[in-house]
Write a protein that binds this ligand. Sequence first.
Ligand SMILES: [Zn+2]
Ligand SMILES: [Zn+2]
Ligand SMILES: [Zn+2]
Length: 362
Amino acid sequence: MSETGDSIREIRINPIVPTESVLVATARGMRPKKAEEQVERDSRTHVETCPFCRGNEERTPPQIAAFPDGDDWDIRIVPNLYPVLGDDRAQPNIAFGLQQVIDGYGRHEVVIDNPSHGIALHEMREDHLARLFDVYRQRMGELYASDPRLKYVLVFKNFGPAAGASIAHTHSQIIATPVVPENVQNEVQHSREYQRKYNHCVFCSLIDEALTYEATIYDRSSGQVRRKINVGQYVVERGERFVAIKPFASRFEWEIHILPLQHQSDFLKASGEDMADFARVLQCTMARLDKVVGGVQYNFFLHSVPHGSEFDDCDSSYHWHVEICPRTSIPTGFELGSGLFVSTVSPEAAAEALRAADIGDR
Ligand SMILES: [Zn+2]
Ligand SMILES: [Zn+2]
Ligand SMILES: [Zn+2]
């Protein structure tokens, strides 16, 4: 980042997955992307016709679990009415020439996050958020235990139409698949290579840098300051056990990752104290995003070490985390065709704005 606040135009390599890069281009007028249209948020608490509101339980497929059990549930898990994967087919995998097919076996479930129809994450109570992530953890454990063919259980949330949410009532989804999704596979593979080379977890290295590292780079011929890096500037929110970071090379302008400060590969091993601190960091981070971006539509994904014997050696190299990706612009053909995402806000400026946001006492 330039000290004088000049525009940036540089390609940044993702330190975890070096095959991924981002073009940070902040020049004034450099707006290759169309802004995502802001939509009025549906902030009603109860909607008579909504299948996810309390009292309408018979409008969803028979429920898998409710917490607490009964009519006064706070969180409810139901099968997805339109699953992308199902357990109704169990054909053997097929290979024919170059065409390899893995049967679309799996589970697709919906977690109704909160009884309040249009509530946003940052408006949910901390203990509710801790409970929600505990419910994810419990259900992930049950799904892994239910079938050894399931290699990965992905928890994610789409919030707002731009993020792909088709039902306005706040909810998240759990998809259990017989394959490890490519994004996770890439992270697993590259962090494993990093571990072999440096005997250290790349995520832990990034956290160490984010918390402590500062450097000044001088121009060798003129002796002038060419670049000042204060990596601490990437920290958005810090708890006792978790940190929210704006990645140095992030695909989305306002993308934030939350990671445990202590190395932990498997989300299933997080403790109750971990969940409580995580909930606080998540709630404050979402409040900052809401303050700065306003009515933010986003996706979040939970990335944890996949299950199966081929991942047994990843305990020291992989580090679970949550990626929050606000959808403020529509990816262009250039981005989709090249895989090179363009960020028109510098990650440093984004982190600074988020840190400076007044979110009151929490
Ligand atoms: Zn509803
Ligand atoms: Zn680590
Ligand atoms: Zn990830």
